[in-house]
Design a protein around this ligand. Structure first.
Ligand code: UD1
Ligand code: CA
Length: 461
């Protein structure tokens, strides 16, 4: 049996932020969500998050978050409060009343180590079991170990001491082997010695790392790729983690057959799904629950967020959020789809067209300078340049319905609520305020007046 505890009570002073450190986002997910995600593939019986600084906020973010939605089969999240943040050891001491009698292992993860992979945790736990250790912890050899606790072992990798950076002597500081903040403890052993911790260090805190002085055997396991264990303490670390994550995600998609042109200028959240033969052009950003099917070409200069793009679509210099686009449609340049826009197959939504909460049927076009909001368009509809659905009366939003093959002349305003039937033609420049049935021409503008021979009078001297 394995329980996990995530340390998430600290404020994260070095972030210089009101937001608790663990809620800072890394490519679309908070740090603590990422830590939870890294345990997803491990058989666990309990999941405990230790909260303190703005704990309600952390709780709220996790309970309402993607993590819960994405892992319905994981054990429920439990929150344990550490009212005063007196150190990582003190945080784990708060578990004593909650894990009384628990006979299994406790996996402890720092809430600010977001890049850890499941495989690494599994490996750590396997070694812990194999050697029947009292504790096993993850270590790494860092080129720049500054800020991390240093781990000192004997030749058998048995830990003798962990010394925090600020407590290190000059000689100890020379060691590059650091504590990653990932531990597996045999809980019955840890339970016994937790009350022994003392705060006799530079920070006057109870260090979890001091438990190794009371336990035996404690083994160190080196992580293969030290980038995994980067702990986020400030905004620079956050940016570095972002780079590492981006490299991972992009390598994965390029290996899977996606072309990225100028990868450094592209960002892709790890929640995005891409099919082979997708091409992503420079300065394009793919976020959230987005999927893009084969043959589609996105960018340059586009942002796609929580949207589904089908096969052979092009999106050029455009923003697409919370929307879907069916196959072979062309979006942009400079289109904005949002609020559950659904674009059919073989459509064209072009230059400076905004589409909000609107369904557009197959083979319909809105190529220039339009706003389509709260509307339903049939198939083969043509929206002339400058058409506006006036959906808002100052208080409420209203619907516009346009039947198949209807053509809206340029610079028309459709004042909602309004229904235009099939095969309707709206004359350019019309302001349409009443419903129109099938097969009609509607002209709703004042007639042009022409006065022959009319000239401005010369002003009298
Ligand atoms: C800790 C380790 C250090 C290790 C590093 C790895 C200790 C004493 N030191 O140092 O050896 O190299 O992580 O990243 O453990 N937290 C609480 N309650 C507290 C204090 C902290 O929940 O009272 C949480 C924080 O929110 C954070 C985590 O514990 O998620 C680590 O705390 P932090 O202050 O960042 O520890 P480090 O100084 O980085
Ligand atoms: Ca840290």
């Amino acid at each position: 049996m394995v329980a996990i505890a995530i340390l998430a009570a600290g404020r994260g002073t070095r972030m210089k932020s009101d937001l608790p450190k663990v809620l800072h986002e890394l490519a679309g997910r908070s740090l603590v969500e990422r830590v939870l995600q890294s345990c997803q593939e491990i058989q666990i019986s309990r999941r405990i998050v230790i909260v303190g600084y703005r704990g309600e906020l952390v709780k709220e973010a996790l309970m309402g978050g993607k993590e819960i939605r994405d892992n319905p089969q994981s054990p429920p999240l439990e929150f344990v409060e550490q009212t005063e943040q007196l150190g990582t050891g003190h945080a784990i001491q708060q578990l004593l009343p909650h894990l009384q009698g628990f006979q299994g292992d406790l996996l402890v993860l720092n809430g600010d180590v977001p890049l850890l992979r499941s495989e690494t945790i599994k490996q750590l736990m396997a070694i812990h079991k194999q050697h029947q250790n009292s504790a096993t912890l993850l270590t790494a050899n860092l080129p720049n170990p500054q800020g991390y606790g240093r781990v000192f072992t004997d030749s058998q990798n048995l830990v003798q001491q962990i010394v925090e950076d600020r407590d290190c002597t000059q000689a100890q500081k020379q060691s590059h082997r650091i504590n990653a903040g990932v531990y597996c403890f045999h809980w019955p052993d840890l339970e016994k010695i937790l009350p022994e911790l003392k705060a006799d260090n530079d920070q006057k805190e109870y260090y979890l790392t001091d438990t190794v002085n009371f336990l035996s055997p404690v083994m160190a396991v080196d992580v293969e790729d030290y980038q995994e264990i980067l702990g986020i303490n400030d905004r620079k670390h956050l940016a570095t983690a972002c780079d590492i994550l981006q490299r991972r995600v992009k390598d994965k998609w390029m290996t899977a057959g996606v072309t990225l042109l100028d990868p450094n200028s592209i960002t892709i959240d790890d929640t995005v799904e891409l099919q082979p033969d997708v091409v992503i052009e420079p300065q394009t950003h793919l976020r959230g629950k987005t999927s893009i099917a084969s043959g589609s070409r996105i960018g340059p200069g586009s942002l796609i967020e929580n949207s589904q793009i089908a096969e052979n679509v092009t999106v050029l210099y455009s923003v697409v959020s919370d929307s879907t686009v069916a196959q072979n449609s062309r979006i942009g340049p400079y289109a904005h789809l949002r609020g559950h826009a659904e674009i059919g197959a073989n459509c064209r939504v072009g230059n400076f067209v905004e589409v909000k909460n609107t369904q557009i049927g197959d083979r319909s076009n809105a190529a220039h300078l339009s706003y389509l909001g709260d509307a339903t368009l049939g198939e083969k509809v043509n929206i002339g340049a400058g058409t506006i659905t006036a959906n808002y009366d100052g208080k409420n939003k209203h619907k516009t319905q346009i039947g198949d093959r209807t053509k809206i002349g340029s610079n028309s305003v459709l004042v909602a609520p309004i229904t235009l039937g099939e095969d309707v033609t709206v004359a350019a420049g019309s302001v349409v305020t009443e419903d129109v049935s099938n097969d009609c021409l509607v002209i709703a503008r004042s007639r042009q007046a022409v006065k022959p021979g009319w000239k401005l009078k010369e002003p009298k001297k």
